[in-house]
Design a protein around this ligand. Structure first.
Ligand SMILES: CC(C)[C@H](C(=O)O)[C@@H](O)C(=O)O
Ligand code: SF4
Length: 458
C-alpha cells in the first residue's frame, strides 16, 4: 500500500500497538537542554532508574546561559546556575555527552544536533523542547515532548503515543527575491491559523521546498510547532545527505538503498492537503501576539482581537511598514545559522543602524556558526553597523531573566514566538526574517527588505 514518509518512519519504529490504540515507538535519540532536561534526569535518579543507552542521549546548555563575550561560570545568567549545575552533575552520573557552555560545540540544541550529525534521515529524535521539529528538515521524525516523556524515552528507549494524522503542505512555484523560508512559514500560519496543524505531522513538499537549502528547510520546519503541528518534515534528498555527510556522529556516506526509500509514495494519500503558490508570498511580519497575526510587510494591520491591538499598540488600518522599533534581534533556532547571518550582513555592510535603536543583538546559533561567521568577517560587519556580536545561546528569544530589552521596547526579531511577554514583560515582538530585521534596524522602523536588496544587488 502506498505510504507517506511519516507513516513509513512510524511503522519502521513501531514496537507494539497498545490496547488503547496508541503505539509504542522506538526512540533513536534524545537531546536534552538544561532548562527541562536536568529535572528529568534528577527525577530518574531519585526513582533509581537509569538511562537505557547513554550513547543515544545528548545534552547541551543553551537556554539560560550568558551570551555576552567572555562568559564564564561566574557570569552565568541569574536563574541559570542551578539548572546548569544540575545538568552537569546528572549528565556525568548518567554517562551522557554534554556540550557545555565552554565547549566549542555548544549552541542552541536544534542548531547543534544537525551540525554534529546527531539527527539523521529516517530516525526518531525527541527533545523536551517544542522546536525539535526543526530537525525534520533532514527527514527525521523529530518532535518536542514533555519532561516526563523524556524520562520514559531515556529509561525505556520508547515512547507511547497515538499515530499522528498526516498533512502535506505543498509550496509550488518560485519565491520572489527577498522572500524566505521564514515568510513561507508565516504565510502558511497566517492563512491557515496558528491551530491549523493540530494533530498532524506535516510534510513540506513542492518545488519551492525542494529549492530551499538545508538551513532554510530548518527554518520552515522550525515553525511547524507555531502551526500547532506535532512536527514538520521534508523528504531527505541529495542536499540533505551532502549536508550531513562526514559530520561527527553521521555515517561518512549515505549510499545504502535504504536512504532512497525515505519519501512519500506518489500515490500516498494524506489526511489533509494544503497548497500554496510560493510566488504569492511577500516578506511577512507579525503585527500582534500570535504567529497567525502576520501580514505582508507592505500591508496594513487588519482588525483582530482587541487584546492583541492593545498589547502591541497598533490599531486596525495602520500600515505596518514605518512602525518605529526600539530594538532588533537576530538569532534563535529559527534564524541563527550561517546563511541567515550572511543574508543580514549583506544588507548591513557599510551602513549604520538608526540611532533610535537602543539594543541590537546578533546571537549566533552555535559556536561553530560564530567561528564560521568570524572567518568571513561578518562579526565586523555587524559591529560596524551597531549590532552587538554575542556568544551562542537562546538569549532574548526567550526571556530567561537577567538580561532584557528596555521597558516597553518594540522589537523586530528573527525568532518564532510573539506572545505577550515572550521577550520580557511588556516587550512587543514583531517576528520576521533576518533580512527584514536588518532592513528595519537600518530604518529604525519596520521596513521592507526588497528595495534595499535590489540596491545591494545592483
Ligand atoms: C524552555 C523550553 C521548554 C521552551 C520550549 O519548549 O519551547 C523554549 O525553548 C521556548 O522556545 O519557549
Ligand atoms: S532559540 Fe528560542 S525557540 Fe529556539 S529553543 Fe531556544 S528559546 Fe526555544
Amino acid at each position: 500500500m502506498p505510504q507517506t514518509l511519516v507513516d513509513r518512519i512510524w511503522d519502521a519504529h513501531r514496537v507494539a500497538t497498545t490496547p488503547g490504540g496508541a503505539d509504542l515507538i522506538a526512540i533513536d535519540r534524545v537531546f536534552l537542554h538544561e532548562r527541562t532536561g536536568a529535572s528529568a534526569l534528577k527525577r530518574m535518579a531519585e526513582m533509581g532508574r537509569s538511562v537505557h543507552d547513554p550513547a543515544r542521549v545528548f545534552a547541551v546548555t543553551d537556554h539560560i546561559v550568558d551570551t555576552r563575550p567572555g562568559r564564564t561560570d561566574a557570569t552565568l545568567m541569574p536563574g541559570g546556575q542551578a539548572f546548569i549545575s544540575e545538568t552537569r552533575e546528572a549528565c556525568r552520573a548518567a554517562g551522557i555527552t554534554l556540550f557545555d557552555v565552554d565547549s566549542p560545540d555548544q549552541g542552541i540544541v536544534h542548531v547543534i544536533s544537525p551540525e554534529l550529525g546527531i539527527v539523521l534521515p529516517g530516525i526518531t529524535l525527541v527533545a523536551p523542547d517544542s522546536h525539535t521539529c526543526t530537525q525534520g528538515a533532514f527527514g527525521a521524525l523529530a518532535w518536542g515532548i514533555g519532561s516526563s516523556e523524556a524520562e520514559h524515552a531515556m529509561v525505556t528507549g520508547t515512547l507511547r503515543l497515538p499515530r499522528p494524522q498526516t498533512m502535506r503542505v505543498s509550496f509550488d512555484g518560485a519565491l520572489s527575491p527577498g522572500v524566505t523560508a521564514k515568510d513561507m512559514a508565516l504565510a502558511l500560519i497566517a492563512r491557515h491559523g496558528a491551530g491549523g496543524g493540530a494533530g498532524f505531522a506535516v510534510e513540506f513538499a513542492g518545488s519551492a521546498v525542494r529549492a530551499l537549502d538545508m538551513e532554510a528547510r530548518m527554518t520552515l520546519c522550525n515553525m511547524a510547532t507555531e502551526f500547532a503541528a506535532m512536527t514538520g518534515i521534508v523528504a531527505p534528498d541529495e542536499a540533505a545527505f551532502a549536508w550531513l555527510a562526514g559530520r561527527r556522529y553521521a555515517p561518512a556516506a549515505f549510499d545504502h538503498p535504504h536512504w532512497a526509500t525515505l519519501r512519500s509514495d506518489d500515490a500516498a494519500t494524506f489526511d489533509r492537503e494544503i497548497a500554496i503558490d510560493a510566488s504569492s508570498i511577500a516578506p511577512m511580519v507579525s503585527w500582534g501576539t500570535s504567529p497567525e497575526q502576520a501580514i505582508p510587510v507592505d500591508g496594513a494591520v487588519p482588525q483582530g482581537p482587541a487584546r492583541a491591538h492593545d498589547y502591541i499598540g497598533l490599531d486596525a488600518g495602520h500600515a505596518i511598514g514605518g512602525t518605529p522599533v526600539d530594538a532588533a534581534f537576530i538569532g534563535s533556532c529559527t534564524n541563527s545559522r550561517l546563511s541567515d547571518l550572511r543574508k543580514a550582513a549583506a544588507l548591513l555592510r557599510g551602513k549604520r543602524i538608526a540611532p533610535s535603536i537602543r539594543k541590537a543583538l546578533v546571537v549566533p546559533g552555535s559556536m561553530a556558526v560564530k567561528r564560521a561567521a568570524e572567518a568571513e568577517g561578518l562579526d565586523k560587519v555587524f559591529e560596524a553597523a551597531g549590532f552587538e556580536w554575542r556568544m551562542s545561546g537562546c538569549s532574548l528569544c526567550f526571556y530567561a531573566g537577567g538580561e532584557g530589552f528596555a521597558p516597553g521596547s518594540r522589537v523586530i526579531s528573527s525568532t518564532n514566538r510573539n506572545f505577550e511577554g515572550r521577550q520580557g514583560p511588556g516587550i512587543r515582538t514583531h517576528i520576521a526574517s533576518p533580512e527584514t530585521v536588518a532592513a528595519s534596524a537600518l530604518a529604525g522602523a519596520i521596513a521592507d527588505p526588497r528595495p534595499l536588496l535590489a540596491r545591494v544587488a545592483a
